[in-house]
Design a protein around this ligand. Structure first.
Ligand SMILES: [Zn+2]
Length: 322
Protein backbone atom coordinates (compact mmCIF):
# COMPACT_ATOMS: atom_id res chain seq x y z
CA UNK A 1 0.00 0.00 0.00
CA UNK A 2 1.31 3.45 -0.96
CA UNK A 3 0.79 6.35 1.42
CA UNK A 4 0.99 10.09 0.78
CA UNK A 5 0.69 12.82 3.40
CA UNK A 6 -1.40 15.61 1.86
CA UNK A 7 -1.31 18.99 3.58
CA UNK A 8 -3.97 21.52 2.61
CA UNK A 9 -1.56 24.46 2.76
CA UNK A 10 -3.70 27.54 3.24
CA UNK A 11 -4.44 30.79 5.09
CA UNK A 12 -6.10 31.00 8.48
CA UNK A 13 -9.79 31.85 8.71
CA UNK A 14 -12.77 31.27 10.94
CA UNK A 15 -14.18 28.03 9.54
CA UNK A 16 -17.67 29.00 10.70
CA UNK A 17 -17.41 32.68 9.85
CA UNK A 18 -18.26 32.76 6.15
CA UNK A 19 -15.96 33.52 3.22
CA UNK A 20 -14.20 36.81 2.55
CA UNK A 21 -11.37 37.60 0.18
CA UNK A 22 -9.58 39.67 2.83
CA UNK A 23 -9.29 36.78 5.32
CA UNK A 24 -5.83 35.82 4.14
CA UNK A 25 -3.62 35.83 7.23
CA UNK A 26 -0.73 33.36 7.56
CA UNK A 27 1.05 33.07 10.92
CA UNK A 28 1.65 29.31 11.19
CA UNK A 29 4.51 29.12 8.66
CA UNK A 30 7.14 28.10 11.25
CA UNK A 31 5.08 25.24 12.68
CA UNK A 32 4.29 24.19 9.11
CA UNK A 33 7.92 23.94 7.91
CA UNK A 34 8.93 22.21 11.15
CA UNK A 35 6.33 19.46 10.63
CA UNK A 36 7.19 19.00 6.95
CA UNK A 37 10.87 18.59 7.82
CA UNK A 38 10.06 16.11 10.61
CA UNK A 39 8.02 14.07 8.14
CA UNK A 40 10.88 14.07 5.63
CA UNK A 41 13.27 13.02 8.41
CA UNK A 42 11.26 9.89 9.18
CA UNK A 43 11.13 8.97 5.48
CA UNK A 44 7.60 10.14 4.66
CA UNK A 45 6.72 11.90 1.41
CA UNK A 46 4.58 15.01 1.48
CA UNK A 47 2.27 16.49 -1.15
CA UNK A 48 1.71 20.15 -0.33
CA UNK A 49 -1.53 21.42 -1.87
CA UNK A 50 -0.82 25.16 -1.99
CA UNK A 51 -3.48 27.82 -2.08
CA UNK A 52 -3.08 31.33 -3.45
CA UNK A 53 -3.45 33.26 -0.19
CA UNK A 54 -0.75 31.13 1.47
CA UNK A 55 1.86 31.53 -1.26
CA UNK A 56 0.94 35.17 -1.79
CA UNK A 57 1.66 36.04 1.85
CA UNK A 58 5.27 36.95 2.79
CA UNK A 59 5.28 34.25 5.49
CA UNK A 60 3.88 31.52 3.27
CA UNK A 61 6.16 32.47 0.42
CA UNK A 62 9.19 32.32 2.71
CA UNK A 63 8.12 28.87 3.98
CA UNK A 64 7.75 27.47 0.46
CA UNK A 65 11.02 29.02 -0.72
CA UNK A 66 12.74 27.28 2.18
CA UNK A 67 11.21 23.92 1.20
CA UNK A 68 12.01 24.46 -2.49
CA UNK A 69 15.60 25.14 -1.36
CA UNK A 70 15.78 21.66 0.17
CA UNK A 71 15.38 20.32 -3.39
CA UNK A 72 13.83 17.26 -1.79
CA UNK A 73 12.44 14.64 -4.16
CA UNK A 74 10.07 13.75 -1.33
CA UNK A 75 8.00 16.94 -1.60
CA UNK A 76 5.39 17.57 -4.29
CA UNK A 77 3.88 21.01 -4.83
CA UNK A 78 0.24 20.65 -5.84
CA UNK A 79 -2.55 23.21 -6.07
CA UNK A 80 -5.43 23.86 -3.71
CA UNK A 81 -8.06 26.32 -4.92
CA UNK A 82 -9.85 28.45 -2.32
CA UNK A 83 -11.72 30.52 -4.91
CA UNK A 84 -12.79 33.26 -2.48
CA UNK A 85 -9.15 34.34 -1.91
CA UNK A 86 -7.95 33.80 -5.50
CA UNK A 87 -8.23 36.51 -8.19
CA UNK A 88 -10.14 37.46 -10.24
CA UNK A 89 -12.70 38.35 -7.58
CA UNK A 90 -15.77 38.99 -9.72
CA UNK A 91 -18.06 36.83 -7.54
CA UNK A 92 -17.46 38.74 -4.27
CA UNK A 93 -19.48 41.76 -3.09
CA UNK A 94 -18.03 45.23 -2.40
CA UNK A 95 -16.90 44.12 1.07
CA UNK A 96 -15.22 41.00 -0.24
CA UNK A 97 -17.85 38.55 0.94
CA UNK A 98 -18.61 35.39 -1.03
CA UNK A 99 -21.69 33.26 -0.31
CA UNK A 100 -21.33 29.62 0.62
CA UNK A 101 -22.53 28.28 -2.75
CA UNK A 102 -19.71 30.12 -4.54
CA UNK A 103 -17.11 28.95 -2.02
CA UNK A 104 -17.20 25.71 -4.04
CA UNK A 105 -15.11 26.51 -7.15
CA UNK A 106 -17.06 23.93 -9.17
CA UNK A 107 -20.17 26.11 -8.79
CA UNK A 108 -18.55 29.14 -10.46
CA UNK A 109 -19.08 29.98 -14.12
CA UNK A 110 -16.66 27.91 -16.23
CA UNK A 111 -14.45 30.85 -17.24
CA UNK A 112 -14.18 32.17 -13.69
CA UNK A 113 -13.20 28.72 -12.35
CA UNK A 114 -10.64 28.49 -15.16
CA UNK A 115 -9.22 32.00 -14.55
CA UNK A 116 -8.84 31.42 -10.81
CA UNK A 117 -7.15 28.05 -11.27
CA UNK A 118 -4.85 29.54 -13.94
CA UNK A 119 -3.86 32.35 -11.55
CA UNK A 120 -3.05 29.77 -8.89
CA UNK A 121 -1.24 27.40 -11.25
CA UNK A 122 0.97 30.17 -12.63
CA UNK A 123 1.77 31.47 -9.14
CA UNK A 124 2.82 27.99 -7.97
CA UNK A 125 4.99 27.48 -11.04
CA UNK A 126 6.67 30.87 -10.56
CA UNK A 127 7.45 30.10 -6.91
CA UNK A 128 8.45 26.42 -7.13
CA UNK A 129 9.79 26.36 -10.74
CA UNK A 130 7.49 23.42 -11.36
CA UNK A 131 4.01 23.29 -12.88
CA UNK A 132 1.67 21.49 -10.48
CA UNK A 133 0.02 18.33 -11.82
CA UNK A 134 -2.08 17.40 -8.78
CA UNK A 135 -5.24 19.31 -7.89
CA UNK A 136 -7.28 19.62 -4.72
CA UNK A 137 -10.42 21.74 -4.81
CA UNK A 138 -11.07 23.82 -1.71
CA UNK A 139 -13.98 22.33 0.27
CA UNK A 140 -13.74 19.30 -2.10
CA UNK A 141 -15.71 21.48 -4.53
CA UNK A 142 -15.39 19.98 -7.98
CA UNK A 143 -18.07 20.72 -10.56
CA UNK A 144 -19.16 19.81 -14.05
CA UNK A 145 -16.42 21.84 -15.77
CA UNK A 146 -13.54 21.00 -13.43
CA UNK A 147 -12.05 18.06 -15.32
CA UNK A 148 -12.06 19.84 -18.67
CA UNK A 149 -10.30 22.78 -16.98
CA UNK A 150 -7.76 20.53 -15.26
CA UNK A 151 -6.99 18.90 -18.59
CA UNK A 152 -6.55 22.29 -20.29
CA UNK A 153 -4.13 23.46 -17.58
CA UNK A 154 -1.95 20.35 -17.73
CA UNK A 155 -3.11 18.57 -14.59
CA UNK A 156 -2.95 14.78 -14.39
CA UNK A 157 -4.46 13.97 -11.01
CA UNK A 158 -7.34 15.11 -8.81
CA UNK A 159 -7.61 14.33 -5.11
CA UNK A 160 -10.74 16.44 -4.46
CA UNK A 161 -13.42 13.79 -3.88
CA UNK A 162 -13.85 12.85 -0.24
CA UNK A 163 -15.03 9.26 0.17
CA UNK A 164 -18.50 8.81 1.71
CA UNK A 165 -19.02 12.59 2.23
CA UNK A 166 -22.06 14.59 1.21
CA UNK A 167 -21.72 18.37 0.94
CA UNK A 168 -25.04 19.02 -0.79
CA UNK A 169 -26.58 20.71 2.29
CA UNK A 170 -23.96 23.46 1.79
CA UNK A 171 -24.36 23.56 -1.99
CA UNK A 172 -21.35 21.32 -2.62
CA UNK A 173 -20.89 17.93 -4.28
CA UNK A 174 -22.28 14.61 -3.11
CA UNK A 175 -19.64 11.90 -2.61
CA UNK A 176 -21.79 9.69 -0.39
CA UNK A 177 -21.52 6.79 -2.85
CA UNK A 178 -17.86 7.49 -3.73
CA UNK A 179 -15.57 4.86 -2.18
CA UNK A 180 -11.83 5.15 -1.55
CA UNK A 181 -11.02 3.44 -4.84
CA UNK A 182 -9.34 5.40 -7.63
CA UNK A 183 -10.69 5.92 -11.13
CA UNK A 184 -10.15 7.93 -14.32
CA UNK A 185 -12.54 10.68 -15.33
CA UNK A 186 -12.15 12.68 -18.54
CA UNK A 187 -8.48 11.73 -18.71
CA UNK A 188 -7.75 12.82 -15.11
CA UNK A 189 -6.81 10.16 -12.56
CA UNK A 190 -8.79 10.58 -9.36
CA UNK A 191 -7.66 9.45 -5.91
CA UNK A 192 -10.31 10.31 -3.30
CA UNK A 193 -9.43 11.61 0.16
CA UNK A 194 -9.79 8.59 2.44
CA UNK A 195 -12.36 7.84 5.08
CA UNK A 196 -13.44 4.46 6.42
CA UNK A 197 -16.43 2.83 8.04
CA UNK A 198 -15.43 1.08 11.25
CA UNK A 199 -17.47 -1.43 13.25
CA UNK A 200 -16.94 -4.12 15.88
CA UNK A 201 -18.53 -6.40 13.28
CA UNK A 202 -15.67 -6.64 10.77
CA UNK A 203 -17.60 -8.06 7.78
CA UNK A 204 -20.20 -5.28 8.13
CA UNK A 205 -17.44 -2.64 8.06
CA UNK A 206 -15.89 -4.27 5.00
CA UNK A 207 -19.27 -4.33 3.26
CA UNK A 208 -19.94 -0.65 4.03
CA UNK A 209 -16.52 0.36 2.72
CA UNK A 210 -17.35 -1.33 -0.57
CA UNK A 211 -21.07 -0.52 -0.75
CA UNK A 212 -21.63 2.79 1.08
CA UNK A 213 -25.22 2.93 -0.26
CA UNK A 214 -26.10 0.67 2.69
CA UNK A 215 -25.08 3.46 5.08
CA UNK A 216 -27.55 5.84 3.40
CA UNK A 217 -30.26 3.17 3.89
CA UNK A 218 -29.26 2.71 7.52
CA UNK A 219 -29.59 6.47 8.11
CA UNK A 220 -33.18 6.49 6.91
CA UNK A 221 -34.39 3.47 8.92
CA UNK A 222 -34.85 3.54 12.72
CA UNK A 223 -34.41 -0.24 13.26
CA UNK A 224 -31.30 -0.35 11.05
CA UNK A 225 -29.94 2.70 12.83
CA UNK A 226 -30.35 0.93 16.16
CA UNK A 227 -28.58 -2.16 14.85
CA UNK A 228 -25.72 -0.08 13.47
CA UNK A 229 -25.40 1.55 16.87
CA UNK A 230 -25.09 -1.85 18.53
CA UNK A 231 -22.46 -2.77 15.90
CA UNK A 232 -20.76 0.56 16.73
CA UNK A 233 -20.66 1.67 13.11
CA UNK A 234 -18.87 4.94 12.56
CA UNK A 235 -17.34 6.82 9.68
CA UNK A 236 -13.98 8.48 10.22
CA UNK A 237 -11.67 10.50 8.01
CA UNK A 238 -8.06 9.33 7.67
CA UNK A 239 -6.70 12.49 9.27
CA UNK A 240 -5.04 13.31 12.58
CA UNK A 241 -7.56 16.15 12.90
CA UNK A 242 -10.06 15.04 15.54
CA UNK A 243 -9.24 11.34 15.07
CA UNK A 244 -7.04 9.71 17.75
CA UNK A 245 -4.03 7.59 16.80
CA UNK A 246 -5.67 4.26 17.77
CA UNK A 247 -8.59 5.02 15.43
CA UNK A 248 -6.19 5.97 12.61
CA UNK A 249 -4.58 2.54 13.06
CA UNK A 250 -8.02 0.90 12.82
CA UNK A 251 -8.75 2.85 9.62
CA UNK A 252 -5.46 1.69 8.11
CA UNK A 253 -6.23 -1.95 8.98
CA UNK A 254 -9.76 -1.72 7.60
CA UNK A 255 -8.65 -0.16 4.31
CA UNK A 256 -5.86 -2.69 4.01
CA UNK A 257 -8.35 -5.55 4.50
CA UNK A 258 -10.57 -4.15 1.76
CA UNK A 259 -7.62 -4.22 -0.65
CA UNK A 260 -7.13 -0.46 -0.79
CA UNK A 261 -3.94 0.57 -2.61
CA UNK A 262 -3.47 4.32 -2.13
CA UNK A 263 -3.63 5.92 1.28
CA UNK A 264 -4.01 9.69 1.68
CA UNK A 265 -3.41 11.03 5.19
CA UNK A 266 -4.75 14.58 5.09
CA UNK A 267 -4.58 17.62 7.33
CA UNK A 268 -4.65 21.41 7.16
CA UNK A 269 -1.45 23.45 7.60
CA UNK A 270 -3.28 25.85 9.90
CA UNK A 271 -4.05 23.00 12.34
CA UNK A 272 -0.32 22.80 13.05
CA UNK A 273 -0.44 25.93 15.22
CA UNK A 274 -2.67 25.69 18.28
CA UNK A 275 -5.84 27.75 18.32
CA UNK A 276 -6.23 28.29 14.58
CA UNK A 277 -8.66 25.54 13.54
CA UNK A 278 -11.40 23.63 15.40
CA UNK A 279 -8.97 20.67 15.66
CA UNK A 280 -6.22 22.62 17.39
CA UNK A 281 -8.43 24.65 19.72
CA UNK A 282 -9.51 23.93 23.32
CA UNK A 283 -8.21 21.85 26.22
CA UNK A 284 -8.53 18.50 24.49
CA UNK A 285 -6.90 19.59 21.23
CA UNK A 286 -4.17 17.26 20.05
CA UNK A 287 -0.86 18.54 18.77
CA UNK A 288 -1.67 17.80 15.14
CA UNK A 289 1.98 17.94 14.03
CA UNK A 290 3.00 15.39 16.68
CA UNK A 291 0.06 13.12 15.81
CA UNK A 292 0.93 13.26 12.11
CA UNK A 293 4.54 12.28 12.74
CA UNK A 294 3.46 9.55 15.19
CA UNK A 295 1.00 7.83 12.84
CA UNK A 296 3.38 8.11 9.87
CA UNK A 297 6.20 6.60 11.96
CA UNK A 298 3.89 3.69 12.83
CA UNK A 299 2.83 3.23 9.19
CA UNK A 300 6.40 3.31 7.89
CA UNK A 301 7.68 0.87 10.51
CA UNK A 302 7.74 -2.74 9.32
CA UNK A 303 6.86 -1.52 5.82
CA UNK A 304 3.13 -1.28 6.44
CA UNK A 305 3.11 1.34 3.68
CA UNK A 306 5.44 2.58 0.97
CA UNK A 307 5.91 6.36 1.22
CA UNK A 308 4.66 8.07 -1.92
CA UNK A 309 3.79 11.42 -3.43
CA UNK A 310 0.35 11.65 -5.00
CA UNK A 311 2.11 12.18 -8.35
CA UNK A 312 3.93 8.86 -7.81
CA UNK A 313 0.87 6.75 -6.99
CA UNK A 314 0.77 3.74 -9.26
CA UNK A 315 -1.52 4.43 -12.18
CA UNK A 316 -4.38 2.58 -13.70
CA UNK A 317 -3.37 0.94 -16.95
CA UNK A 318 -6.21 1.53 -19.34
CA UNK A 319 -9.33 1.64 -17.20
CA UNK A 320 -11.57 4.58 -17.82
CA UNK A 321 -14.80 5.28 -15.99
CA UNK A 322 -15.84 8.30 -18.04
ZN1 LIG B 1 -8.69 24.30 2.03
Amino acid sequence: MECAVVIHTEEEFDWNGGFNRFNDNVSHHTQFTTTVKQLLDIGAKVTLALDYAFINSPQGRQAIEELVGLASPNIEFASHLHPWVTPPYSESDSEGNVDEYHSFAGNLARDLEFDKLKTLTDAIEALTHHAPTTYLAGRYGIGENTYEILHALGYKTDISPSAFSDFTSMGGPDFSSTTNGHYVKQGIEVFPHNSAFLSVVGPLANYLNKKPELFTRIQSSTPLKLLSKIARVKKLRFSPEGVPIYELKRIYSRLQQTGHQHLILSLHSSSLKSGLTPYSTGNTAADIGESTVEIMTWLLNNNKVIPSLVSEFSRLEKANND
